[in-house]
Design a protein around this ligand. Sequence first.
Ligand code: AHM
Ligand code: MG
Length: 332
Amino acid sequence: MTKIKTLGEFIIEKQSDFPFASGELTRLLSSIRLASKIINREVNRAGLTSDILGSAGTENIQGEAQQKLDVYADNQMIYALKARGEVCAIASEENDDYVIFDNDLSRKGKYIVLFDPLDGSSNIDVNVSIGTIFSIYRRLDENKPVGPEDFLQEGKKQVAAGYVIYGSSTMLVYTTGNGVNGFTLDPGIGTFCLSHPNIRIPEDGKIYSVNEGNFGQMEEGVKNYIRYCQEDDKSTSRPYSGRYIGSLVADFHRNLLKGGIYIYPGTMKSPEGKLRLLYECNPLALIAEQAGGKASTGKERILDIVPTKLHQRVPFFAGSKKMVEKAESFLK
Ligand code: AHM
Ligand code: MG
């Protein structure tokens, strides 16, 4: 029998890789692991409980209807991160502003966490994969109160990032800037086990993922790239396959394992696109790069962007390096 390695064991084993290893990031990642198991339990039985399934009747800051599970997942992440002392403040896609846990300088939580508690929430009611995305930064100055500048750090300053996909199986994929590893939840024992060590995204791929319903709204360069994906050319294995679930985590995850490109471009109606830089694009960009792939707005590297506001949106092109570079060449 091969020995399984659990996420808990793996995190502790890797603790010494961190430059300031003191166990805090280890404990923080354990909080996220716990929250994701609780969210997973609720996602799995969503169809059973009429009080969970469906809209919560409220809207988030972006005017989108909040699903009850969005709110539930948001609360679980907040409880888990607040319960221990490592995190001083969080920001989430579901909250209008950031939430400070302690400005009491005697309790110096070193980390800031930003997250999308339940991404792809329009898919909850139809039993399609959804996910949680998280992004972790060090607080800028432990001797100063937390401020907006702590949250508006460039993506390249993330100390860790990851996602949980609630799919046909539940997986947690994360990086601390030293490669990407994936863990599958064994529901029998309630434990995430290392199933995908050192994930590398294929350099090139044959899948493109984009909401083509927005085609008429896209800039000419993006349209031309999509036309390129659809063209017949044996030597480059075109046409590529179009695959779009409409859950970023699920689309990204498939392309990470199989090779492909995910695109959510700016449109005439929304020039900045739909996806949020801080909760969605930065964490997935770090994972893409750490797995050997690429992430850009089509014109600049996602991780170099200096954020100007919490809920900022950016166009997003992520996945296999050669595919992202090809798409960029159409946008010059
Ligand atoms: P959400 O965070 O409100 O769930 O929105 C983000 C989701 C992504 O998961 C997905 O890729 C995208 O929105 C789909 O948008 P569209 O329906 O416009 O294609
Ligand atoms: Mg989202």
